[in-house]
Design a protein around this ligand. Structure first.
Ligand code: SF4
Length: 338
């Protein structure tokens, strides 16, 4: 189900653009129908108001909460089932000032096939519709006050580009999410850079770089577009300057694989409008990669800082509930099929 289906259903009930915006705000921001600036029963055409409970239940029924697993770091991993029995993950991430971020999925599975990722091992199962992405946010907001949405869950957003961009536009307009708090995370794709720059709502960009070496990148991300790290960084830099939001360069630290590229990182990222996020690998049983020694990761962080690269050392959320894209889904499916 796409956002256009929602819009058409509202139009068929006589909704004008202002009506549509108010209805979407109530759904996406989990505002009860009886609350808000002006009572909806006085604002909407009667048939539309009367149809709303059933309509909203239908939209919300696109994703259902199957499991909610809190982790020791404060994050909460949500396993969500879709109408066709497929499932995806979303993760609630505590932010400052009692607000929460939400990491959403854009696909069931993923075709990029990153060698260190549980989701990548299963390939792409299907695309999510924009309404299914919006429903993840609406559901999460019934649990926590979400003010940030990052597209870093299952799937590669640029492989479902138009759908993700539509969801971003709705979230930035009616969803009450500040544009810089929408984060499009990608392995890099020519068309994505083009389309992001044209959007009415311009999200922040996260680029999964992982290495400065083109050949190693092809091995680690075997079905990502063959674009050199240099070219990717130049495109990301141009978008960051246009949007005003720094790029988040994502770097999953793999022991002995990509944790000794200090000089090349300095050469590639010096003077860039961005921050490098080093994320020590969250080990996955059955995959050959290892998490580096913590002191080695911290030493790399220190040296990069000393050499002028804005760098952060981050943990992927939910380590103790098998965090990392697709791991919760894989474990729960193995234990009790959904
Ligand atoms: Fe896909 Fe992201 Fe996993 Fe790579 S890390 S396979 S892009 S979900």
């Amino acid at each position: 189900m796409q956002f256009d289906d929602i819009a058409q259903a509202l139009d068929a009930l006589g909704a004008r653009p202002l009506h549509r915006a108010r209805v979407l705000r109530h759904w996406l921001q989990a505002i009860p129908l009886t609350q808000g600036r002006r009572p909806l029963d006085q604002f909407l055409p009667k048939p539309l108001f009367e149809a709303l409970p059933a309509l909203m239940a239908e939209w919300q029924g696109l994703v259902q909460l199957h499991t909610r697993e809190p982790a020791g770091d404060g994050s909460e991993r949500l396993l969500l089932t879709l109408r066709d029995g497929q499932s995806v993950e979303a993760v609630l991430l505590p932010e400052r000032s009692k607000a929460w971020g939400l990491c959403v999925s854009s696909q069931v599975g993923c075709a990029v096939g990153c060698g260190f990722c549980m989701t990548g091992t299963g390939g792409l199962i299907r695309q999510l519709g924009s309404a299914e992405i919006l429903a993840q946010v609406a559901l999460a907001r019934t649990l926590r006050p979400v003010n940030k949405v990052v597209f870093m869950g299952m799937g590669e957003p640029s492989h479902n580009l138009e759908v993700v961009l539509q969801a971003i536009q709705v979230l930035g307009q009616e969803g009450g999410i500040g544009h810089k708090n929408l984060v499009f995370s990608t392995v890099g794709d020519e068309r994505a850079f083009e389309r992001l720059a044209q959007g009415v709502v311009k999200p922040a960009l996260a680029l999964s770089l992982h290495t400065t070496k083109a050949e190693l990148r092809e091995q680690l991300l075997p079905r990502a577009p063959r674009l050199s790290p240099q070219w990717l960084v130049e495109q990301a830099e141009a978008y960051a300057r246009a949007s005003g939001y720094p790029v988040q360069y994502q770097w999953t630290l793999l022991d002995g694989v990509n944790d000794e590229e200090e000089d090349a990182i300095v050469e590639l990222l010096t003077g860039r409008f961005g921050v490098l996020n080093l994320i020590p690998y969250n080990q996955v049983e059955g995959l050959p990669f290892r998490r580096p020694d913590p002191e080695k990761s911290r030493a790399l962080l220190r040296r990069l800082h000393q050499r002028g690269i804005l760098t952060k050392l981050r943990d992927s959320a939910g380590q103790d509930v098998e965090g990392g894209c697709g791991q919760l889904r894989a474990r729960i499916q193995a234990e009790r099929p959904v």
